[in-house]
Design a protein around this ligand. Structure first.
Ligand code: FES
Ligand code: FES
Length: 200
């Protein structure tokens, strides 16, 4: 039996040992943590364990005794508002599959350093792969998030209508940043069968 917490909620687990990613996605239905590879290579599954970033697909529940896990769903409202706004405005969310993991890695840095250098940011997201953005916009988004937190800056209202002569963020950028984007692997239908195909 293992006792730990996820986003502040105490968990007691007595089933067969399994990887944390499987547990949070399938048992807790917290699908904001994405599964990009299941083998520790891509970083989409990044969570915090006692404040340190870790890849949830590599950690068995048996290693979590007494530990506190934070997923993208565990951000405070202020954190969610700032990260979602800064990532969307910077154009750092394209397909958005990597973004929750990027934000958790950003949080691991900004929780302890609100004056990061670009090098600090690069180091914080080392191990998080993005196939879309080229990283520059992600780095800008994290540096801007640090400014918002440091200066206690208010997040602007982004409800205005898009205008033809004005740059506009992707309409789904903010929900995707917070793990609310629905990809095929996130769809849950009662009684659904799923088939895994191995190419190895
Ligand atoms: S899903 Fe965990 S590192 Fe890729
Ligand atoms: S993998 Fe598509 S936005 Fe990063």
């Amino acid at each position: 039996m293992y006792a730990f917490s996820v986003n502040g909620n105490p968990i007691t687990y007595s089933g067969e040992d399994k990887k944390l990613l499987r547990f949070i996605r399938e048992d807790l239905n917290l699908t904001g943590t994405k599964d990009g590879c299941s083998e520790g290579a891509c970083g989409t599954c990044t969570v915090l364990v006692d404040g340190k970033k870790m890849k949830a697909c590599t950690i068995p529940l048996s290693r979590l005794e007494g530990k506190a896990v934070t997923t993208i769903e565990g951000l405070s409202k202020r954190e969610a508002d700032v990260y979602a706004y800064c990532f969307a405005e910077a154009g750092a969310v394209q397909c958005g599959y990597c973004t929750p993991g990027m934000i958790i890695s950003a949080k691991s840095l900004l929780d302890v350093n609100l004056n990061p250098t670009l090098e600090d940011v690069k180091k914080a997201i080392h191990g998080n792969i993005c196939r879309c953005t080229g990283y520059k916009k992600i780095e800008e988004a994290i540096l801007e998030s640090a400014t918002f937190f440091r200066e206690n800056r208010e997040v602007p209202d982004v409800e205005e209508e898009p205008k033809i002569d004005k740059r506009y963020r992707r309409v789904d950028a903010q929900p995707k940043a917070l793990g609310k984007g629905m990809y095929a692997d996130d769809i849950r239908i009662e009684g659904m069968l799923s088939i895994g195909i191995s190419t190895g």
